[in-house]
Design a protein around this ligand. Sequence first.
Ligand code: AMP
Ligand code: GLY
Length: 430
Amino acid sequence: MERLTYLVVGGGGREHTIIRKLKESADVDKIYCTPGNGGISKDAEVFDVAATDIDGVVALAEQLKVDCVFVAPDDPLVLGMVDALNERGIRAFGPNKKAAIIEGSKVFSKELMKKYGIPSAAYEVFNDPKAALDYIRSRDSYPAVIKADGLALGKGVVIAENFDEAKAAIHSIMEDKIFGNSGNNIVIEEFLTGPEVSVLAFTDGHCVKPMVSSMDHKRVFNGNLGPNTGGMGTISPNPFYTDEVAQECMGKIFLPTINAMNAEGRTFKGCLYFGLMLTPNGPKVIEYNCRFGDPEAQVVLPRLKTDFSTIINAIIDEKLSDLDIEWDNGACACVIMASGGYPGKYDKGIEITGLDKHGQVEGATVYHAGTKCSEYAGGGFLTNGGRVLGVTAKGANLDEALANAYAAVEKIKFKGAHYRTDIGRAYKKS
Ligand code: AMP
Ligand code: GLY
């Protein structure tokens, strides 16, 4: 069997997870990553080309003569990195630009769902702040959900509790342009309630194979309080996602979405992320992402038993239906350790103690999100981002996985570190 070399694009916890999973594959020879981070540099050879530098990544892939480029983050996918690689004859995992718009434009995804009858929140689109405000005023119903059309580092959604908050959000998105052109259009949506579920799905455009479910914890503080973050922890499976719900989602959401994208001439190949809310009126789509979630990947991929590289190549070759994908029956939990101040301002370069020279602790897998290697003698790791580490552990069930993850968290220290102590507990199933 030919052994493959991969270049993974990105530099967070998700990419570290992808790399560690690829390392388990019998047919993977060598893994490169750009730009990577401190922890990733222990598992892959890293380069300093930015994840959004399309020409730079194409040149690097050619120079390294890799067999496959795994484009993991949203922005290069939405910018068309896979198209640019394919044009040079380089194999790549991830959707092309035409398909990545499912995450790149909320207006596109809302219109898609409406056109094809995929359940989602009712909405209106505005390109004029005054019209948006008039609508909010006349509707007079709160909370009001206001979303920037384009990518906004996961911060483009505001749940306004009253008119003043809605007005401030519309002003900062559409007039101050805090997310740049992503705020040229906004979507104002019906507020939905219910437990949230993340379902990542492999698809080659012909068939869709959902992975095991997971649950993110987006708010920074215990009890789901405080501002939204990129995600403070995850569990898999999601206790709310029963087999019955999964069946309903397949029929009403997953297959219709794949078919809709085909019908629009935007065949999606890669990992499609369904952000769902289980409302009293059934499951509805909150958002689509065109890639693995972060930190969902950290709890889903460790449970994958089938060879990851085989799946990646089956998707690229549109032969996914030939594969039987197996998962372990246990559970997995990830606790994010973040820098003091995150998701607001925080310092970098703070020494992390408790990790071994590979950046790991016993009893867990530590996926590095924002770290760098210290240049001084003795090595070690320094903080280098808001989300620093994803401390992840498996168990026979969720209780065991959580206990293992938290036991490992206690061994790791850095000044200002904070993490939620209620991952997997905040939404107890009653
Ligand atoms: P997103 O960045 O689109 O994942 O949205 C961030 C969070 O906002 C979601 O995880 C939900 O908790 C919340 N959210 C988004 N849309 C709605 C909605 N229509 N109703 C209620 N909550 C929402
Ligand atoms: N954890 C949410 C996301 O990856 O968008």
